[in-house]
Design a protein around this ligand. Sequence first.
Ligand code: AMP
Ligand code: MG
Length: 357
Amino acid sequence: MDTVIKKLDVENIDKEVIKEAGDVIRRGGLVAFPTETVYGLGADGMDGAAAAKIYEAKGRPSDNPLILHISDISMLDDIVTEIPQTAKLLMDKFWPGPMTLIFKKKEQVPYGTTGGLNTVAVRFPSHKVALELIREAKTPIAAPSANTSGRPSPTEASHVIEDMNGRIDMILDGGQVGIGIESTIIDVTQEVPMILRPGYITRAMVSEVIGEVALDKVVVAKSTDELGTDYAPKAPGMKYRHYAPKAELTMFEGQLSKVIDKINVLASEAKELGKSVGIIATDETKDMYKVGKIVSIGSRKDEESIARGLYGILRDFDQMNVDVIYSETFYNDDLGQAIMNRLIKAAGYRIVDVDGE
Ligand code: AMP
Ligand code: MG
């Protein structure tokens, strides 16, 4: 299929393009569009057959549910059976924005979008292009990240084109996204709401609004062993390999100076063996590495810059055809947790503790 690619000026959105994109969604087609978190791959979320095309285009396992995107709180009426008080408080504070809530679903929401679950994930994004598209389509738009399943999420249109050109009807190019990692997912169907996926909105921010909030253990696990064999993921997507670059990525944690020494030693060894090495450094440390393709992910003083740079860097290393990637870690209670959650999965849980050696 020929994919129509349209550039949009976010400050002056071309209504004709939005109309064309809305028509594609209403006819059951697929449109990739920018949101404030990452690019989404959208279809009519109330049409199971349309949603099925998302799974096909991404190669996504069919039990990994989609998030429905709305452009107005009133759209919840058709989707969810009830809005708990905790949800109302969170919606007041963080919508529109990078927060997804899990509700009990109404019957008319097809199991094709919820991966067979009786709950549904909903987000009210703040990106102007996303909002105009949803308004024009007049339906909740089901949209996972617009990448091939397992690859890093797209933070600019070129990433979407890389993965989806020829597979979907249309791509709306709204430039680089602002946040760069996916929404915070909170299950509000339980007595104590639980964060299923960390994101830009941190646990502390959520807690400030609703008090007690739990954290699913998969969010903080550093190894699959920590989860145990009987662990059933609450967000089904959690069990799949995610965000991964083509090269083998290893993370190094511990005292920063030791991390740098260790990476320098391993990078030299790898080079001797004829391997091409990529190193994920920061503005503060990038000059301390000696061999390999050294890329700064952002500044340690500005976690938002690290979040924004994360997926683009993983894709850049794919383009450079490196064989192995060594990365520093970025621990912190706030956004660092969301960043590490993605990197640990991209690394397939390969983390080396240099202090323990
Ligand atoms: P993506 O859109 O690719 O970032 O993935 C959406 C994420 O939302 C996946 O990890 C899903 O597992 C999660 N999700 C969507 N719907 C539900 C639901 N009803 N219950 C729990 N998690 C969900
Ligand atoms: Mg995704």
